[in-house]
Every structure is written in C-alpha cells, then in structure tokens.
Design a protein around this ligand. Structure first.
Ligand code: SAM
Length: 308
C-alpha cells in the first residue's frame, strides 16, 4: 500500500493518508467475486464459518418485519441473511463508496426484492447518521459486522459510532456485532518472546508497532487475513471501555462470546447445525483447517439491548 498521496500545504511534505481514507481505499480495492470464485479462496471454509456465525446472530435476534440499520455494510454480503430473517426495511451505510455501489447492485438483483433497502456512502464514525437517514425512521436492530473496531481510533469516533447506533434505535431494540477480541490478541502477543511484535499463522497476522503500552483508544495494529484483508490498519477494542461507553448511550450488554463458544453452543441446535452444511462450513470433503480455526477465534460476537 502506498499511503502517501497528497502534499501537506504547510510543510510541502508528502502527507500520509488519514487512516479512514486508507481503510476506505482498502475495501474499495477488493473485488466482489462471485460465489464460484469464492469457493477457490484459501480461506473459503473460514469465510463460510464467519457467514454462518453472522446467520446465527441474526437468527437469534432479528424478528420478522424488523427495520434494520447495517453500519459498515460493505458489499452487502449479509443481504440474503436479512431476507431469510424476513425483515421489512433496511438501510446500509459504509465509508467505501464502491462497496456501497456493489451492495446496491446486489440488492437490485435479489429476486422479488423481499424488503425495502437504501444504501449510503458515509463515514459513520465522523458524521451523524441523521445526515442521510430521516429522523422519523426508528430501527428495531442495528448490526455492525467486522467493522466497529475501526472506530476505536479515537474516543470521539467511538462516541459518534455509538451515537449513530443508538440515536434511532427503539427502546428494547438490539445492537449486534462482531469484533476482534483485544483481550485474546494481547494475551497471545504477551505469550510470545519479549521482542516479538506479531502473532499469527499461515492465514492471518496481527502486527503491532509497540507492545509496552495499549491505550483504550488508538491502539493500532496491522491486520492481514489471507485472501481478505491486506495489512489494513485496525484498532484494539478494549471491551470494558466499549461496554462502559455503550452504557452511557443506554445500551445494556446481553451477549458476549468468542466465536469458538458461539460454535459450540449453536452447533448443538438442529437448525444451526444443518446450516453448517448448507453454508459449506462443513462438507464430506472436510471443514476449517487448524490455522483457519485459530484465525476464526480472533473474533467475538456481542449483543446489547437499548434500555427502556
Ligand atoms: N459488514 C460487512 C461484512 O460483514 O461483510 C463488511 C465488513 S468489512 C471487514 C469492514 C467494513 O467496515 C468495510 O466495508 C469498511 O469500508 C467499513 N468501514 C470502516 N470504517 C468505516 C467508517 N468510518 N464508516 C463506515 N464504514 C466503515
């Protein structure tokens, strides 16, 4: 990646692109490959597992006729899951404008347009959602999948994210999401020898610039996930800080589980177990490799309920 793009007018020096612009460029540059091509990916099983896990979360918390806000919707990879949950109305926002175009296109080509949907390109961590969503729309659910951690660059951004999550969420409404588990990541890093700045395996790597200090916001690392994320800057989400801040915005934590735990529980239920096969997480040819299985456990899933 070449972050240098423009010149700082004050210093005449090449200016580093702001992190949110690097993140948007990164996701805009990733092609939207079709289903068949996706099967050739080295992490096809892990991608399927992540999709299964999101289906479990949606299956547990979405209700028919829900109005849903998806922050960091990406290329709209969850649209079919929302359709299966029989929701009524959907708004998807993302900073990557090309991804938003692809999400719109994916919705357009869905058979029988099962729910009304609108898509907006915006920086959800710097602007209020009311810039694009009419204030009288009330959501039953907000979903943030694999994207909330980018807001932990600063407290101001994390607060804007939480403002956007809660400002139009109805009392009793649910906020679901998935994030890297900072506790697990730092514990793993600390279990390595003192000079090591990186953890990972053949599928993923997480590289820090320092390991002597991890702040509540702005604790940056570089994330690489084979065939998915190409050394992108991300931020640790210190969960107690996230929970405390969420409480200020009227949210009560109701679910917080590592991906392995979600699997252990949900795979005992017949519907979700059958879904493992239908979504190609497991087939007669095998399942996730040991490295994919470890990479999957970088993440945790959460749900909050907005207090009455
Ligand atoms: N939620 C989708 C999914 O599960 O397939 C996409 C996940 S992708 C790993 C992370 C997404 O977060 C990207 O589409 C990226 O553009 C989006 N994102 C990062 N920073 C953002 C911001 N400030 N505002 C809105 N979206 C952002």
């Amino acid at each position: 990646r070449s972050p240098a793009a423009s010149e700082d007018p004050a210093t005449q020096q090449p200016q580093q692109k702001k992190v949110h612009a690097q993140v948007a460029d990164h996701y805009n540059a990733r092609p939207d490959v079709g289903v068949e091509k996706r099967k050739e990916s080295t992490i096809f099983r892990m991608k399927s597992f992540n999709n299964w896990l999101k289906s479990v979360l949606i299956g547990r918390y979405a209700r028919p006729r829900d109005r849903v806000l998806d922050v960091g919707v990406g290329k709209g990879g969850d649209l079919l899951k929302w359709s299966k949950a029989k929701i009524q109305y959907f708004i998807g926002c993302d900073i990557a404008s090309k991804s938003i175009e692809q999400a719109r296109e994916r919705y357009r080509t869905m058979r029988n347009a099962p729910f009304e949907a609108h898509f907006h390109a915006m920086d959800c961590y710097s602007e209020p959602i009311s810039n694009v969503v009419a204030p009288d729309i009330v959501f039953d659910m907000v979903s943030m999948q694999f994207c909330l951690h980018y807001s932990f660059e600063t407290e101001t951004k994390a607060r804007m994210m939480l403002h956007n999550v809660t400002s139009q969420l109805k009392p009793g409404g649910v906020f679901i999401g998935t994030i890297p588990d900072a506790y697990w990541i730092v514990k793993k890093l600390k279990s390595e020898s003192d000079d090591k700045l990186q953890i990972g395996n053949s599928i993923y790597s997480i590289r820090f610039e320092r390991r002597d200090r991890f702040d509540k916001f702005g604790s940056k690392y570089w994330f690489h996930l084979e065939d998915a994320i190409d050394d992108c800057p991300e931020y640790l989400v210190h969960f107690p800080t996230f929970q405390k801040l969420s409480e200020e915005y009227g949210l009560e934590l109701i679910y917080n589980k590592k991906f392995h735990q979600v699997y252990e529980e949900a795979s005992q239920e017949l519907d979700f177990n059958q879904l493992l096969y239908r979504m190609n997480v497991v087939s007669e040819n095998g399942s996730l490799s040991a490295d994919e299985w470890e990479a999957a456990n970088v993440y945790l899933a959460f749900a909050f309920r907005k207090k009455n």
